[in-house]
Write a protein that binds this ligand. Structure first.
Ligand code: ZN
Length: 217
């Protein structure tokens, strides 16, 4: 069985498509709710899981996140800029490690062995937990912690946004990704562009749009 981390965005939704094409069922999708600025992502994740016919669970970690005082541009109304370390304020310290650990623990009684995460180290702001050394270390740590051979799949680690669009398109899901997934940091969903909904100005929208245009024009 495989558990996919599904945020409702383009990358994780494409990772779900990859999972269905490459790993054997049953497929599960987990969405973590942690007071994102925009509930819209979670609504998207629900609809995506339903349409792609995978079991979906939403785990509310808002209180935990709050207790850890994880405050950044995704949860609070802070401007999206750079921190002193040169990372964007959208960086949440420890996020992917926590998500992978929680997904592994959730899957343990279900005999889970495969975790799928849609991260890329190519064009995503240099988050340290979106890189191969982290993923390899997490795979080893979880396998030791659970005394079970856990595999972490990051099929798009070396792909940029244009390649992600092409991948989904080759499976016949270009329009599905554009229509159903949500990327915009500002949560705008009232204007539909060829590449999907969003303000068209924030870093996430610009990356998504540039990827679409590079892929298809
Ligand atoms: Zn935007």
């Amino acid at each position: 069985m495989a558990v996919v981390l599904l945020s409702g965005g383009q990358d994780s939704t494409t990772a779900l498509l990859w999972t269905k094409a490459n790993l054997s069922p049953p497929w599960y999708a987990i969405t973590f709710a942690y007071r994102q600025r925009h509930q819209i992502e979670i609504e998207c994740a629900k609809r995506i899981a339903q349409k792609l016919e995978v079991f979906h669970t939403i785990i509310d970690i808002g209180a935990l996140w709050n207790a850890l005082e994880v405050v950044n541009a995704l949860t609070a109304e802070l401007p999206i800029t750079q921190t002193l370390e040169g990372l964007p304020t959208t960086f949440v310290p420890g996020r992917n490690l926590f998500f992978l650990t929680a997904a592994a623990a959730w899957g343990y009684p279900r005999s889970e062995t495969d975790l799928v995460i849609g991260v890329s180290q190519v064009d995503y702001s240099g988050y340290p937990d979106c890189r191969a050394p982290f993923l390899e270390a997490a795979e080893k740590a979880l396998s030791e912690a659970l005394a079970r051979s856990i595999r972490i799949h990051a099929p798009f680690l070396h792909m940029d946004k244009a390649q992600l669009w092409k991948y989904a398109d080759a499976l016949g899901y270009r329009e599905f990704i554009a229509e159903e997934t949500h990327t915009c940091y500002l949560g705008q969903r009232d204007v539909r562009h060829p590449w999907g909904y969003g303000c068209g100005q924030c870093p996430a929208c610009r990356l998504r749009q540039a990827g679409y245009e590079n892929a298809f024009f």
